[in-house]
Write a protein that binds this ligand. Structure first.
Ligand SMILES: [Zn+2]
Length: 403
């Protein structure tokens, strides 16, 4: 091991020499002063955007640009843990939002984090963290053409050659309207579980490795579970599949299109809130994938075994029954996992935004863990309420899709 340490120190020395030469050369070649080109600067972190954001109007009436930063600790002088203090988002070059404090702690997560004690905003040497970003602006405004960030990291030592405040992760914004589609379910009381955008949900943090690349297929995904008219998720014990009144509800096509993927061979899982991980291929359970055109695919997951009513290659219409709501695959309890994506498989694709043509907002669930895990009566915040058009209902909104 000591030999390796010595060698790595030598590598850094050699690297530094090369940099010295590179810096020296332009000076000798009379570099023009007042150049608009930014000087080179060492930074302890580097960052990139996982996927260029596309705007979507949320159920709060604001436009949302949901994207993820991947921040890697590359500190060299010396290698050390680095803490992110603040992330300022610039819209077309102008500071427009700041993520810091408790919200940064909530939305930042190093890869490999396993428990509540893991520091959320400190990245180990060589480590990478994800930051779940949600840039919003008023409805009806044009989206910025570009977003970029300024990262403020823990201060470097006096005399350090590394900056502690630096620009990072520029991205274009994809200016195309999110498609308006029909709801995949009927009736009132559907809770948008793990929905978009500014919460660290199991969907938003699901940057998953698939066949050697990283994807965020579940960026805008929703787990739909329905509350009874008494405001509970089950009638009687919520440990029994058959006690969920919406178990077996018809799942209907949100779009016209062609069926390109089906699985219908997996059993429904018993209710289990401490589910062990399964394989990637089985995660979505029994499911249907519909190619709606324009490079967009719709995924309906965790369907009841033997319930799929369509076949691969079949054309479907809006409202056509695809299968029945179940609890197969990576599912704690009955629900429909619904998402749009840019490829035909749920994990090996990037999640895309969508809007439902119409729904009635019934409020926002405020006691999700008690409601879902313990079977407690739902507590609802009053807003937003009333008829909504062409919006993506956001995390823990409760919606009525009508008959
Ligand atoms: Zn899900």
């Amino acid at each position: 091991m000591p030999a390796i340490v010595r060698w790595s120190k030598m590598s850094i020395l050699l690297g530094a020499l090369v940099v010295g030469l590179l810096v020296a050369a332009p000076a000798g070649a009379a570099k023009p002063t007042g150049s608009a080109v930014e000087d080179d600067n060492f930074t302890p972190l580097v960052a990139r955007v996982q996927h260029a954001p596309e705007p979507v109007r949320g159920g709060d009436g604001r436009e949302h640009l949901a994207y993820e930063l991947l921040v890697t600790n590359v500190a060299l002088f010396p290698p050390r843990p680095v803490t992110v203090r603040k992330i300022v988002t610039l819209a077309d070059g102008r500071p427009a939002a700041t993520l810091a404090g408790a919200k940064l702690t909530e939305l930042m997560e190093p890869f490999g984090v396993v428990d509540e004690k893991t520091p959320r905003t400190t990245i180990a040497p060589g480590g990478t963290a994800k930051v779940l970003m949600d840039f919003t602006y008023p409805a009806g405004h044009k989206p910025p053409r570009r977003l970029s960030q300024v990262i403020v990291a823990s201060p470097t030592r006096a005399g350090s050659v590394e900056l502690s405040r630096f620009p990072a992760a520029p991205t274009r914004v994809v200016d195309r309207p999110a498609p308006i589609i029909a709801p995949p379910l009927r009736g009132p009381g559907w809770v948008v579980v793990n929905g978009c955008c500014d919460a660290n949900t199991s969907h938003r943090r699901s940057l998953l490795p698939d066949n050697g690349a990283l994807y965020e297929g579940e960026r805008f995904a929703i787990d739909f579970a329905q509350m009874t008219s008494e405001g509970r998720i089950a009638e009687g014990s919520n440990k029994v599949l058959g006690n969920y009144p919406f178990y077996g509800d018809e799942v209907i096509s949100s779009t016209a299109g062609r069926v390109v993927g089906i699985v219908d061979r997996l059993p429904d899982r018993p209710v289990d809130f401490e589910l062990p991980p399964g394989t990637a291929a089985d995660a979505g359970g029994n499911h249907v994938v519909v190619d709606m055109g324009g490079g967009r695919y719709v995924f309906y997951g965790h369907l009841m075994p033997g319930s799929v009513r369509v076949r691969v290659g079949q054309r479907v219409t809006v409202g056509q029954t695809l299968g029945l709501l179940g609890s197969s695959g990576n599912s704690n309890a009955p629900h429909l996992h619904f998402q749009l994506m840019d490829g035909p498989t749920p994990l090996g694709a990037e999640g895309l935004p969508f809007r439902f043509s119409a729904f009635t907002a019934e409020g926002t669930l405020t006691n999700f863990p008690q409601f879902f895990v313990l079977g407690a009566k739902a507590k609802l915040a009053d807003a937003p309420r009333g008829p909504r058009r062409a919006e993506l209902p956001l995390n823990l909104q409760v919606v009525d899709f009508g008959p």
